[in-house]
Design a protein around this ligand. Structure first.
Ligand code: DGT
Ligand code: CA
Ligand code: CA
Ligand code: ZN
Length: 646
């Protein structure tokens, strides 16, 4: 069940019914939890829990059940609860005792509910016995070893609480790009659909496709006369957990998972990755998660300036503003204003004298610059490139013709070779590379040499059939080889010689993270030198919001790969497109490009759905200045086949 925030939802203005079935089920669940925190009678707690579950699984329309009085006949909904729900649905008012329950529960106790694996009963116990009343005081008590001796707790559960607090704080600080975009795009769509909104755009780090997002920024173009009504409509959208500040032109709020029309699930996650981001607790963390959002409402003629400003980055803004200053212009979120006219005027009053701009491109044009794609706005040389006409023509999803690193049921993938190939074809790809795990990686069901070679024969058969039928699609056969002690690959050379390519990846993270940069780098240089190695997989092993990668000098690695490429031996660096990884980091993509090391954007798909992670790889590649020709993905199958000849 979603249930991030503990505020009672506000009635929607268009009601009755004033609340959705999901909202009501959610509130009943919250009431049960709050009652439990207060130490209420277990039967009372259970009746709210049961009612929540009942409504959550209901197929009938709640509004109709209330209107017809049918609600009172439902098993598990007594007279009291029936009247409470009727009042909420038809009048938009929650019962007073529920409101009291929310206001009287100390916020610190509610905060503690966010700790994975910690429920109301034990929070209540710790509050009673130790006076713990917030996450901070719980942490202190655990560090002082006061929890472990309590009956039914123990050292293990004390440590789990400390781990949970750590996870929660990391989780609260920033969110991964995929999660940030999921919230951001849902919110943007809801705002765009409000009457009077000309345009709503997700700005900030989400628009710049950073790998993690601090908060969401949304810029909305609305006629001045409609500001108040649109602002009110935004405040009434579902999914708002709390409002931090609200005016007619600036709204600051907290979103939770009730913003999603469907219930929130995280889907299949590679066990290795899952372990690093919270294990079994991860789904609860996400379902109970929130994200801050800031909304700016501006009149349409001002919007391009506001959008440019709040897209950032701050560093890019400063560089562009300096250019404006050099030309006697004042650049801010309201306009681009000649100083001679602005004088002592401030804000919107000065902006009356702004140069006009129909879109962001016009603002750049006023400053003698080409339009800078949002992903590049990091002050990493893009302003100079925009001045000299040397901005890159960034790669797009439509350029992608295939990807090299994907798994099937031969190792730990969920889908068969056939299904993966079929899906790639339907995505419009021209080829697909299969690289299942090697034998050493037992937890990922690494395939034996025999099975691997068998897979190769199957692939050859398919390729022959497609060629015969004139189907322009082919499979490439590789392996994701573990990197073993001494920088060795995980199969004998005669087996490797049968393959089209090898993706060499580190998986023994504990060992690699325990070693220093020099030793790790040396091992990677050795494995790159192996004639069979084509791609270096997830080069640092980092898991975003989970664990740091191992220490490695990637500049040295890239330079070494560059030498091979100069001498005609293909050595590509992977940009692992899984949103949990995005490894190679975007900052280093630009460096790889500069050295002429091809980038292999790889979804590392473990299912057919995993193939679509390629989108996050493309976003990150764009952020790293990558053009189609800098990648292996934009090659046709025929051209790639030529490049893979060793
Ligand atoms: P985040 O939220 O930490 O992931 O990163 P951003 O880039 O979304 O940063 P945020 O939300 O603090 O501000 C959004 C944009 O607003 C930022 O990218 C640039 C602009 N901005 C914010 N503060 C300043 C400032 O002090 N000076 C300038 N020039 N721009 C600013
Ligand atoms: Ca932001
Ligand atoms: Ca912000
Ligand atoms: Zn893999």
């Amino acid at each position: 069940m979603a249930g991030g925030s503990f505020a009672l939802p506000k009635p929607r203005p268009s009601g009755p019914p004033y609340f959705s079935r999901n909202q009501v089920a959610n509130v009943l669940h919250q009431v049960a939890v709050l009652l439990e925190l207060q130490g209420a009678n277990v039967f009372r707690v259970r009746s709210y829990q049961n009612a929540s579950r009942l409504l959550g699984s209901l197929s009938e329309d709640l509004g109709e059940l209330v209107a017809s009085g049918e609600i009172f006949n439902m098993k598990g909904i007594g007279k009291g609860l029936g009247s409470a729900l009727t009042q909420a649905i038809t009048e938009g008012r929650w019962p007073d005792d529920w409101i009291d329950l929310h206001t009287n529960t100390p916020p610190g106790l509610i905060e503690m509910l966010g700790i994975p694996g910690l429920g109301p009963k034990r929070i209540k116990l710790m509050a009673d016995e130790l006076g713990v009343d917030s996450v901070a005081s719980l942490k202190e008590a655990a560090l002082n070893n006061q929890i472990a001796p309590m009956k039914g707790f123990g050292a293990k559960s004390q440590q789990r609480m400390l781990d949970g607090i750590e996870l929660l704080s990391r989780f609260r600080a920033r969110r991964r790009l995929d999660i940030g975009l999921r919230y951001g795009e849902a919110f943007q769509r809801k705002i765009a659909a409000i009457d009077g909104v000309h345009r709503a755009t997700l700005a900030g780090s989400a628009r710049r496709r950073k790998d993690t997002i601090g908060d969401l920024d949304v810029v909305v173009a609305v006629d001045e006369a409609d500001h108040e009504t649109v602002a009110n409509a935004i405040l009434n959208l579902s999914g708002i957990a709390d409002v931090k500040g609200a005016g007619d032109s600036k709204i600051s709020l907290i979103l939770d998972t009730t913003i999603f029309d469907e219930s929130f699930t995280v889907g299949h996650i590679d066990p290795n990755v899952l372990d690093a981001i919270g294990g079994d607790d991860y789904e609860q963390l996400e379902a109970g998660g929130t994200i801050d959002a800031q909304v700016r409402l501006v009149p349409p003629h001002v919007e391009p300036f506001t959008l440019a400003y709040f897209t950032g980055s701050k560093e890019h803004n400063i560089a562009v503003r300096q250019r404006a200053i050099d030309r006697g212009l004042r650049l801010n979120e309201f306009g681009l204003i000649p100083e001679t006219k602005a004088g002592d005027l401030k804000g919107m009053e000065a902006a009356v004298h702004s140069l006009g701009a129909a879109d962001e491109a016009a603002i750049y044009a006023h400053l003698g610059l080409a339009y800078v794609p949002p992903e590049l706005r990091e002050d990493m040389g893009e302003v100079l490139a925009a001045e000299t006409g040397s901005l890159p023509s960034l790669i797009e999803t439509s350029h992608i013709k295939g990807s090299l690193h994907n798994h099937t049921t031969l190792s730990d993938g969920e889908a068969s070779l056939e299904l993966m190939a079929d899906t790639a074809r339907k995505m419009g790809w021209n080829w697909l590379g299969i690289a299942d795990h090697s034998p050493t990686l037992k937890i990922a069901n690494g395939a034996s040499a025999e099975d691997l070679l068998e897979q190769g024969r199957t692939i050859q058969q398919y390729n022959a059939e497609w060629a015969e039928q004139g189907v322009d699609f082919r499979l490439f056969h590789g392996v994701e080889s573990d990197i073993l002690e001494g920088g060795k690959l995980d199969h004998p050379d005669d087996v490797l010689a049968e393959l089209d390519y090898v993706v060499a990846s580190v998986h023994a993270m504990t060992k690699w993270r325990g070693r220093d940069e020099h030793d790790n780098t040396e091992e990677l240089l050795k494995v790159i030198d192996h004639p069979a190695t084509t791609v270096l997989g997830h080069p640092t092993g980092r898991i975003l919001q989970g664990r740091e990668g191992y220490e490695v000098d990637l500049y040295a690695v890239l330079e070494h790969m560059a030498e091979h490429n100069e001498e005609g031996r293909l050595k590509a660096i992977e940009l692992n497109a899984s949103p949990y990884r995005l490894d190679l980091d975007w900052r280093l993509c630009k460096h790889a490009k500069g050295l002429g090391v091809p980038v292999a954007i790889n979804p590392d798909a473990h299912s057919i759905r995993g193939l679509s992670d390629i989108a996050y790889g493309v976003m990150t590649a764009r952020k790293g200045w990558i053009e189609p020709n800098d990648t292996l993905n934009a090659l046709s199958g025929a051209d790639l086949a030529k490049r893979l000849v060793r």
